[in-house]
Design a protein around this ligand. Sequence first.
Ligand code: NOJ
Length: 746
Amino acid sequence: MPVTNPQLADKHLNARVNALLAKMTLEEKIGQLVQYSAGVPTGPATDRQNYATMIAAGEVGSLLNVGDAKTANMYQKIAVEQSRLHIPLIYGLDVIHGDRTVFPVPLGLAASFDPAMVKETARMAATEASADGVRWTFSPMVDIARDARWGRVVEGAGEDPYLGSAMARAYVHGYQGDRLSDPTSIAACVKHFAAYGAVTAGREYNAVDMSDVMLRQVYLPPYQAAIDAGAVTVMSSFNSLNGVPATADPYTLTQILRNEWGFQGFVVSDYHAVYELIDHGIALDSATAGQKAISAGLDMDMEGNVYHMRLAALVRDGQVPEATIDEAVRRILRVKFALGLFEHPYADDKAPAYVATPEKRALARQAAEESLVLLQNQAHLGQPKLLPIRPQVHTIALLGPFGDAQGEMLGSWSGKGNPADVVTLRTALEARMKATGGKVLYAQGTEILTQSETGFAAAIDAAKQSDLVLLTLGEDGPTMTGEAASRAHLGLPGNQEKLLEAVVATGKPVVLIVFSGRPLVLDWAAQHVSAIVEAWFPGIEAGPALTNILFGDVNPSGKLPVSFPYAMGQEPLYLSQLPTGRPAGDANLSHPPRNAAEKYLSRYIDVPNAPLFPFGHGLSYTEFNYAPVTLSAQQVSVAQLQGNAPALEASTDVRNAGAVAGTEVVQLYLRIRGASMEEPVRQLEGFQRVTLAPGETKHVTFSLGFPEMSFINAQSQRVVEPGTEYTVYIGGSSQATQSAQFNIVK
Ligand code: NOJ
């Protein structure tokens, strides 16, 4: 059922759009479809004049990568005062996980399972970005990512469509606020449409080939959730989908996005992607590339220099109807009007310089604390669990390349983030230990990517003198994660694993803190290190958040939004796999092994099928007990599932059985059997963050209806089918053991 966006469907707004359109020449219309990256003249010199001249002539509708109010106002003044129709520019920028106040990378934010908090981070980012004249962010990135080799796993919410959809909505609501016309609101851009996360072999910019069922069941829901939440722009992806480059794909850009979902905003290409249709091999020249893109439903050409140079001739030659151009212009003008750009084209360029105020730091710290995932926490040589750090620990050795690296804490796509704003773990730890009369021995040990062992001796020496080692290892945020950062080896880079082995060999208790933008292979570490924390890239409050978690001032609550493999060869590795006729039993708890000794089962002969750390996993300093699952009914009829209203309640009691307060992410998974299609062995269909005092019990209820129970059938329709059996699992990870069943009947 297509949904209309009230802010874009507004009658008065559309009347203004049409009135303006009626005054525009063909060249001025095309100008609205043209976007350039300010200061990056990559095209042939003859095609690329100076921006000021082009803007004055009405040949440019948008600029990206202008990040300061003065420059934004300078170009905007030309557009508003010198161009014939005074149409303001819209400025786009990659504001991905914070603007100046940098929060954890999106994968880390997803680990919080806390959309309300994520919305707050997006709102703060919007306020900061809009102050610089940026009223449009190229975020959220909602590509489902199930292959850890792909570097862009870091930019999204991980492997799961339900979690991904919740995060997508949170970002859109945060960026766009209650009203787009609020000067502190910025337009969201859902990207990369579509199915970019499924690039073959995890290799960046590669092709995607998948069934329509898979596309609609797994990959499309987060984009649609963002559109339903009101997102007014979409970015097409670099990949091809089933042989058609997404930048020129009428199936995704027109059939699905416009006809099925009712999207009324505009689609921008990814960087230079219209021109790259030539490299994709579907166009022999740029004119054909432009003709294919605009005809498919691609409204704005980012940096491709194709629409600008070729569209007018295509219209004059009758190869592109002017009505197609008009429609694209309408979509763009709608967003410009909705943002109030005509009323407020300028940013305040006299505003005071950025300060990371206590309020900003508090949100950044909360976000970082909630993003940290305690992967493992075992007793060390007969002593209690290593974490939280006990008061008896007097001397801590802080080792590794991330302990005092401000820039590293910002991760990839940190935009205007300033390393100077970052409080490192070393700074926070030293302050804390000093206050209690303890000591920190700091040694970097090695660099992120080197084979030199010159720093090893100092690190080992520090470890030997300490009561506890905090070892910080991982991948380089800017170069090893994000765009164009596919990796075929998922271990710790350089000689970090060697340093890990050397430090473990001292016999000292070791807490490993991993900084990464993707699941890494941590098999050796998991066998030899007692405690492991996944820190992602935590943002400006990295140090205080980590110390709060390590010392137990804050109880960890993060859960994995991606599965961590034993070995790289398991990739793509994810929870919601389809069943096989020969289940080996260890991929998840839904399949008991038929016979462990049997050879002809779906499994590797050298590694388990299961992940080392599964989706939804994350430990706490307390223990949560789950009572059996109860259902409000054993049967639900198809008639009850008309519309989206809840038809069944699944509930359980969750008890904090430990001695400290804690927050649990209570997760609900479904398995459907007996349908016309194979359905995943488990899929997430609900989660709630629940805070419990020691000894406290809370009754947690989930409502399930058509959205949760339906699936895509072979005709690409979302359906429920009578005669199906549903198993509901509720627990603290995807390995939840409490379950109950119900059936769908006629
Ligand atoms: C290319 C990236 O794929 C996209 O995510 C980003 O928004 C654009 N460049 C603009 O910087």
